[in-house]
Write a protein that binds this ligand. Sequence first.
Ligand code: ARG
Length: 298
Amino acid sequence: MKKFKKVFAATVAASMLISMAGCGGTSSDTAEATTESTASADGGSEEAPADLTSNEGILIWATNAEFPPYEYHEGDAVVGIDAEIADYIGEQLGLEVQCEDMAFDSIIPAVVSGKADLGIAGMTVDPDRLENVNFSDPYVNAGQVIIVADGSDIASADDLAGKTIGVQLGTTGDQYVTENITDATVERYNKGFEAVQAVQQGKVDAVVIDGEPAKQFVASAEGTMILDEPLTEEEYAIAVSKDNEALLEEVNRILAEMQENGKMAEITNKYLGDDAVSTDEASAEEGSDEAVETTTAA
Ligand code: ARG
């Protein structure tokens, strides 16, 4: 917490307010904060057509806030890179932004059913997912990495065969290990950090997870480290219902604008610049480190 305060001391109160409007507080707080942020926008807001989202005037984004620095809890609020992107999109469309925090594997069903308008969750564009949702243009290059305990005999992906490997349920890390590592026993956790705690405690031999959260988690889990070589190259994008081409177009337009006007760089620098995010919150969080599902990969 201390570190968070220090790093974010310079953050303008207004932008904190806008971020928190995304997922915390009561609905009336949210409405108030959103109204303020919309009113203070630099004239860039546009009125969205009434049927652009499932609930008129509201943009609901689904996420799994166990993935710093993209989305994580800060008190009652969900904050992070994706939270700021969601808030910016809402602001540009003149919509009130609401966040639904859920299990990672519930996000795509929520978008498909219209319970959420957008899935923004450090979500990798992937052929299986593309059967169910559309993805926006990508906004981050990412990849899976391997986390091991200090002194582990696992030095590269070649050493993973036959090992017990922790992943977050339903992620591309889960998919990669399940499909590519011979004779691996796959332990699937609801939260990535629980998998890292399991490697710390010697319950699993390695964890396969996205690179940026891996840095955050390893910093909070003494005796763990990330192997140098990334396993995969992936791109994160925003999931949108196949029935909502209009929203997809708006999202792509706004993402392009954010690249051009420096907003995307500003947001990512804030969280990825020099060790910018604390995971004290994550390490303090209660949670069972029991895996929810185990299988042996083919
Ligand atoms: N990039 C990975 C995937 O798409 C992991 C994303 C996990 N995100 C989260 N918010 N927990 O499967």
